[in-house]
Design a protein around this ligand. Sequence first.
Ligand code: ASP
Length: 330
Amino acid sequence: MKRRKFLKNSSLTTAGALSAPLLASCNNTKTKKETSSTVSNPVKPIVICTWNFKNATAKAWEVLQTDASALDAVELGVMVEEADPTNETVGKGGRPDRDGNVTLDACIMDKDSNCGAVVYLQNIAHPISVARKVMEETPHIILAGKGAEQFAYEKGFKKEDLLTESTRKQYEEWKKNSKYETIINIENHDTIGMLAIDKKGDIAGACTTSGMAYKVAGRVGDSPIIGAGLFVDNEVGGATATGVGEEVIRTVGSFLIVELMRQGKSPQEACEEGVKRIMAKNKDRKDFQIGFLAINKNGETGGYCVHPGFTYRKYDASGHDNIQVNSFYS
Ligand code: ASP
């Protein structure tokens, strides 16, 4: 079947989400020169992911040692967390919505800007693999809810109860007050977004989550939205996000960060600008966390967040580290 290209050759002029000051400061000629001149000695392979999901980066690193693609590495890497019932923010064992249903969101993007996503998927432990099937075996990009679930069964995925004893108990407890609040860095939300560069120097990304715990039934966050929770452009780099998805969607965060890198910003500078853009629209708000993570074609990485506490894992030939990032508020 035909694969769908997403925003291939995207340019600032088509990026309606970018603001006027950004457009004014654009200098494509300079950017291109800088990008190609720094790609002479890229760090590869390399994998990074949001938070301290070290088993996921270890798996992806193992895959990257073979001739497998970055796409395989990010899929197999995040699947480790999807399968872990003790991780209560992703896949099996993810916390439910306010009706007690576990609903999963995921997306994946490859070096050719092919992408696939599932939103509001229930009863399937590996939404990232369903997203990949959407990308590779349908002419579409996003499948939602019952349609996505039906598609998964047709592709051989098995039905599973994703609620565990622990998340069921927590949900029963939560129902006593039914109070919805986002708690900064407390495991109410902790998406895994992963970016990798393979031996050939190609970039891919994956992002998967159970979303905000006790969300309104039907809610979909940023994580499965290409451009918001994840974006990859193999000529430039990739970015991914975690935290309150509504705020990431409002600034098309990951796409913004990749475009900032295209203009010549480092991954670190681009993530900082992404968070500042969000904070400019939330001047008096301190009650939410966002963490951005980015990598450029050269294998340089960066991260930034709203409040202290966000870390990312990085695995390359120099080691396997958990990196504490700087934050907008101290
Ligand atoms: N971004 C996810 C969402 O809004 C949650 C998270 O990363 O913490 O669904």
